[in-house]
Design a protein around this ligand. Structure first.
Ligand code: HEM
Length: 431
């Protein structure tokens, strides 16, 4: 017989949520040690720490689980959410195919040029903000071409606003507030609509010649889709590329500065190499290893949520219908059961093959795995190679040890700069 999920008694209605909110990672580590791999967080939320269970939950998404984190939603709303799944899956299929079609050696060469220019246009300061701007504008430039810089700026601003407002609504837990006003969610929905309208104008303007793929929008249009679907696909793409890759880049800055030896290995691998062709071929194992190790220790989406649509058994425990199931890549990636020296930054583990790939979930898993995975990896590898090969990164404050685990995993108070070491420097370190 399946058992009830164990966990601290907590308070009426809210369970352990106040304790969890006060120190999220600390609460997870503590209760895992005390209660095991399936722990109750609140009456309608459990956390799963076992990799096999986590894979089963992610694999059952769109079926026993919905992605939406609305455990308080009634059956009618869950049915409505489920009804929207086929259309969403079609759109995300379009996004992955467009990314694949765009990432030819020529496309990756273009990606490298765009990100090189973005790095040169920034010099540092708040490295979380810098990371967000470089990656966010970088993807919009790849989505639309550089023919109309005004449109790129306007759409970058709109995409950033839409992403930040959606994150705010998530951080306030608004998707779960069924009966209360949801101002942040309303603002987010409005911003997403505005972004879609701006993109619809671009779709109408752009008519590539047959087979021409100069940008990601062209790659969507070669699929022969109607204008509205094309605008929705590009919206999905530029929206998703706003906060998460930028968060990853801020950790890359921190680790490049803290591990000059590992940065040198990347610089040596990429010296004299045509970056576009090598990245498109997957021919830079050391650079790839550096990026994977950053994503292992600092997965920007450090917590992934699902909601059960039926009662399910996880291990030996019964999880009721309408319950939120939380999986933390951050904890899984630092679990000594699957990783040697889990807390150590050791990129070479990826080159020597000393890794448990099934326990590596920075892009989620199952049918809702990140469809931008390859684009994201190539973008981060390009930025890592450009920084390691042509710049010195220096930190002014913060580092990889200071963590803010909110809607995204971000380094706390990370500031610094990067500069070309061959040029005469303005004083010592960051000017
Ligand atoms: C370092 C960069 C990135 C990381 C770490 C990342 C990670 C993730 C994760 C963890 C999810 C949730 C998966 C799940 O729930 O199982 C996700 C979803 C998604 N990502 Fe990414 N992502 C990154 C970059 C991108 C980029 C550049 C795109 C643009 C194409 C993108 C598009 C999406 C979309 C559309 C979804 C929603 C998928 C769905 O709900 O079906 N991501 N990503």
């Amino acid at each position: 017989m399946a058992l009830k999920v164990p966990g601290p008694r907590g308070r009426w209605f809210v369970g352990e949520l106040p304790e969890y909110e006060a120190d999220r990672v600390g609460w997870l580590v503590r209760t895992r040690a005390e209660y095991g791999d399936v722990v109750r967080l609140a009456p309608n939320a459990v956390v799963v720490h076992d990799i096999e269970f986590a894979r089963l939950v992610l694999g059952g998404t769109n079926d026993d689980y919905l992605l939406d984190s609305a455990p308080l939603a009634g059956r009618r709303r869950q049915d409505a959410l489920r009804g929207r799944v086929p259309e969403w899956m079609r759109l995300r299929g379009l996004v992955s195919r467009a990314c694949r079609a765009f990432l030819t050696p020529l496309g990756v060469e273009h990606l490298v040029r765009v990100h090189d220019a973005e790095l040169r246009a920034h010099r540092g300061g708040d490295l979380v903000v810098a990371g967000r701007e470089i990656c966010g504008r970088g993807i919009v430039r790849l989505a639309l071409t550089d023919d109309d810089p005004g449109a790129v700026e306007e759409i970058t601003r709109a995409a950033r606003r839409a992403f930040e407002e959606s994150l705010t609504s998530l951080e306030r837990n608004e998707p779960r507030l069924r009966w209360l006003p949801r101002p942040a969610s309303r603002r987010a929905a409005e911003s997403v609509r505005e972004l879609q309208e701006l993109l619809a104008v671009q779709v109408q303007r752009r008519r590539p010649a047959a087979g021409e793929v100069r940008c990601l929008l062209d790659a969507v249009l070669v699929e022969g889709v109607d204008d509205q679907t094309a605008a929705a696909a590009v919206r999905m793409l530029v929206f998703s590329a706003q906060g998460v890759p930028g968060a990853a880049l801020s950790w890359v800055f921190a680790r490049l500065a803290e591990h000059p030896g590992a940065a040198r290995v990347v610089a040596d691998e990429t010296r004299g190499v045509s970056l576009g062709a090598a990245l498109a071929d997957g021919a830079l194992p050391e650079t790839d290893a550096f990026v994977r190790e950053v994503l292992r220790l600092h997965p920007p989406q450090w917590m992934i949520a699902r909601t059960t649509t039926e009662p399910v058994v996880v291990g030996e425990h019964l999880v009721p219908r309408g319950c939120q199931v939380l999986i933390s890549p951050y904890l899984l990636h630092r679990d000594a059961r699957w990783w040697d020296e889990p807390e150590r930054f050791r990129p070479r583990r990826w080159v020597s093959g000393d890794v448990t790939r099934k326990a590596f979930l920075p892009f989620g898993g199952g049918p809702r795995t990140c469809p931008g995975l390859r684009l994201a990896l190539i973008q981060l590898q390009a930025l890592t190679a450009l920084l390691a090969g042509g710049h010195a990164v220096e930190l002014m404050s913060g580092g990889s040890g200071a963590v803010r685990a909110g809607g995204l995993l971000l380094p706390e108070g990370l500031t610094g700069c990067w500069h070309e070491p061959v040029l005469p420097r303005n004083g010592d370190g960051c000017a």
